[in-house]
Design a protein around this ligand. Structure first.
Ligand code: HEC
Length: 164
């Protein structure tokens, strides 16, 4: 492990890039195809037998989204973080929808995201809001490059900084 990248500045910069890059990519249409019948379920069920409706990575992403959503609320409320989500290390190996991931691009962003996750857990409580937002910006940075569909949702995960 070498340098972590705690830099909010850098993430913020990516965030800007993302907005520009998102138009060029097409994960959006795939999202539309996948969208028609989302069960209003509380948990994700994988149906066996039929071709899997979602990849391992997509399922992991849903889990990451739920995590970011609930963790953002905890952080906003000044509460403790949930248990460290070790399961997200699988981002490096989870199988993606065919053609979706180009690993040369994906892998460094996935590493950066895991680095931000660690940074969140290492941050003093007083800095958690900012570090949490950097984590969300790292979600957005990757999505701007390869799967812009969820960007709107991702941006909504951002929480208030310097609350008081
Ligand atoms: C390193 C790149 C990368 C990072 C970081 C990343 N994503 Fe993703 N995300 C992807 C890719 C690629 C897909 C498409 C996966 C597939 O279809 O197999 C995806 C899919 C998704 C989906 C759609 C899942 C579905 O139901 O099909 C959501 C929602 C999502 N990501 C949210 C997030 C959130 C929230 C974060 C941060 C907490 C995040 N992503 C971080 C690359 C990334």
């Amino acid at each position: 492990m070498h340098t972590n990248q705690p830099s909010k500045v850098r993430s913020t910069f990516y965030f800007g890039l993302v907005a520009t890059a998102m138009v060029l990519h097409a994960c959006t249409s795939r999202m539309a195809e996948a969208a028609p019948a989302p069960p209003p379920a509380k948990s994700v069920r994988v149906v066996k037998g039929d071709p899997p409706p979602t990849s391992q990575l997509a399922l992991l992403m849903r889990d990451m989204t739920a995590f970011a959503d609930s963790t953002g609320k905890l952080v906003s409320a000044g509460k403790e973080l949930p248990v460290y989500p070790v399961r997200f290390k699988a981002i490096m190996t989870a199988e993606a929808t065919p053609g979706m991931v180009e690993h040369r691009t994906f892998d460094p962003y996935a590493q950066a995201w895991l680095g931000q996750l660690d940074a969140l857990y290492a941050a003093p409580a007083s800095e958690r809001n900012e570090v949490f937002n950097s984590l969300v910006q790292t979600c957005a940075a990757c999505h701007g490059l390869m799967c812009p569909g969820p960007l709107v949702r991702i941006k909504k995960l951002t929480i208030q900084e310097n609350e008081d």
